[in-house]
Design a protein around this ligand. Structure first.
Ligand SMILES: CC(C)(COP(=O)(O)OP(=O)(O)OC[C@H]1O[C@@H](n2cnc3c(N)ncnc32)[C@H](O)[C@@H]1OP(=O)(O)O)[C@@H](O)C(=O)NCCC(=O)NCCS
Length: 154
């Protein structure tokens, strides 16, 4: 039985002790990663921070900030070796549930126009483009816009 359970990824609250691994994944999957301080600040602020693990291995994580009936998905990441296995979709579904449980009726997020994979995931969940933030992201040469996407979750 334990052999079966070992194969099931588990969600847990992100803790300070997870941050070495979280930052390692973050650095591997983004050209301009969050710092350890960004994650520590999110924990301290009480944002919904979750990790997905399989055995001892970190598969991915998300961070949701919810306030005044709105939630923002600040970070959603899956470790490179574990992408395209449904973990991102699972984390996104969980992020929607957490946002709803914190009273949000809409979930917003920003995504780079160049990030086609993430956009495909969000479109599949019904997110729609609601705006553009000019020069929002740092890029290798200058800045890159952010697409602002939203989904009604109420
Ligand atoms: C975006 C990300 C979270 C997706 O996680 P994932 O675990 O690979 O996604 P899933 O396996 O759950 O994909 C679910 C569906 O989303 C779509 N999708 C996800 N990644 C895709 C890609 N690279 N290209 C095209 N479609 C993709 C597909 O429809 C996929 O279903 P399918 O595999 O049956 O075709 C992951 O690629 C990642 O962490 N990327 C780097 C960090 C990042 O860009 N985060 C988002 C910032 S806004």
């Amino acid at each position: 039985m334990s052999a079966v359970l070992k194969d099931v990824p588990e969600l847990a609250a992100m803790r300070e002790a997870d941050l070495d691994e979280v930052v390692a994944v973050e650095r591997a999957v983004y050209s301009h990663p969050w710092t350890r301080g960004n994650f520590a600040d999110s924990l301290a602020a009480g944002y919904a921070c979750r990790v997905l693990r399989l055995g001892g291995e970190l598969l991915g994580y998300f961070i949701v900030m919810a306030a005044a009936g709105e939630a923002h998905l600040l970070n959603l990441s899956v470790a490179t070796a574990h992408q395209r296995r449904g973990h991102g979709a699972m984390l996104l579904r969980e992020a929607m549930g957490v946002a709803r449980s914190r009273g949000a009726r809409s979930l917003f997020l920003e995504v780079r126009p160049s990030n086609r994979g993430a956009q495909a995931l969000y479109t599949r969940f019904g997110f729609r483009k609601v705006g553009v933030r000019r020069g929002y992201y740092p890029a290798f040469f200058g800045r890159e816009d952010a697409l602002v996407l939203a989904l009604a979750i109420g």
